[in-house]
Design a protein around this ligand. Sequence first.
Ligand code: NAG
Ligand code: NAG
Ligand code: NAG
Ligand code: NAG
Ligand code: NAG
Length: 396
Amino acid sequence: EDTKRSCQSKGKTEDECQNYIRVLLITGRRIFTCGTNAFNPVCTTRQIGNISRVMDTVNGVARCPYDPRHNSTAMVTEKGELYAATVIDFSGRDPVIYRSLGNMPPLRTAQYNSKWLNDPHFISVYEVGLFTYFFLRENAVEYDCGRTVFSRVARVCKNDVGGRFLLEDTWTTFMKARLNCSRSGEIPFYYNELQSTFYLPEQDLIYGIFTTNVNSISASAVCAFNLSAITQAFNGPFRYQENPRPSWLSTPNPIPNFQVGDDRGPGENQTERSLQDAQRLFLMSDVVQPVSTDPLLYQDNIRFSKLVVDIVQGRDTLYHVMYIGTEYGTILKALSTTNKSLRGCYLEEMRLLPEGESEPIRSLQILHSDRSLFVGLSDRVLKIPLERCSSYKTEG
Ligand SMILES: *[C@@H]1O[C@H](CO)[C@@H](O)[C@H](O)[C@H]1NC(C)=O
Ligand SMILES: *[C@@H]1O[C@H](CO)[C@@H](O)[C@H](O)[C@H]1NC(C)=O
Ligand SMILES: *[C@@H]1O[C@H](CO)[C@@H](O)[C@H](O)[C@H]1NC(C)=O
Ligand SMILES: *[C@@H]1O[C@H](CO)[C@@H](O)[C@H](O)[C@H]1NC(C)=O
Ligand SMILES: *[C@@H]1O[C@H](CO)[C@@H](O)[C@H](O)[C@H]1NC(C)=O
């Protein structure tokens, strides 16, 4: 009650001053959750089997947003480090990619530096090999003509220990690259705003839902990115600004296959050299291109919100079947294929809400062992079987 009162006295509404769970991670038999706790974030650890018992409580700042609406993401690595991408202050002006807990030193992105992160909306985070990858959209620093949003993939090395004197307690391995999801043509049509991702580790593929800006004409697309294309962009040249000249320049990558040392951390000389570079070279010059020139699927006058991908064994090939949630409470089931003649072919459209009702699909998750799709709406969860052959009584 005290926290709620203090939250409301700072000008927040009664609705905002509740506890919204924004992080929920399961590792082994432990459940780690963080809630906004009336703009005073807090995290707890519990045991599966007795959720009512709190085993441990830690401060939620830099792990969970203050504002329940902020687009944040978090993940626990195999070794127990928490990576969170969120905002670190009450007013939401200090975005951060922050590592904490576990055995590595806590590290963050440079503070109040809009070149590192510029009003970002964080979508997802994945641990892949030596790296942690973040997917986000943010205001484009490198775009000189007005304001626009770009979608990005950002990366840090898991064994980064931060700088000394320079970049103290800060990532020395932070890099980011733009993702291109567009329709080709003399003037390409860009779907600039990433909304959701789905990672298929077996294929090293990242699927993404991209849309136009909310203030523009509605249009949505699905593009997939090969992890090797992402790695290639990170091995390529950088883009930077030489003060006081405002124009962006390109410079070759001084260490193309850059990886921080070994498990003991970076070698001394390498650190010295890369600290200056790490401060100014983090935006990649190359743009990550998707697996196909045009999106795997696109549609006008509609906003996609979430997607998941199921791999299905056909008679002689593996098919990627996409389930795409929309802002209107429908789910589109479609085949993902680079084969042009099959592209954009919907298998099914499922309407989950009664006629006349409409609300965004908030989350989608496949439970393979049950061959079912779980659908999160604002106030309930639905379960739908993946195979719905009984709905189709005839062949043809
Ligand atoms: C769960 O935790 C509560 C609170 O500590 C305790 O009273 C209860 O006995 C526990 N239940 C089980 C099944 O362990
Ligand atoms: C978070 O993302 C959603 C979907 O793109 C958007 O509608 C919403 O405005 C974002 N939240 C905030 C606080 O901007
Ligand atoms: C994005 O892809 C389109 C279609 O292939 C291409 O025409 C365009 O040049 C690309 N844009 C960037 C910035 O790489
Ligand atoms: C991803 O890239 C790898 C290496 O370049 C390639 O072998 C693989 O076929 C690509 N996957 C897709 C789906 O394009
Ligand atoms: C670091 O640089 C010094 C001077 O150039 C050299 O003597 C030393 O061997 C280097 N150390 C490593 C680990 O490369």
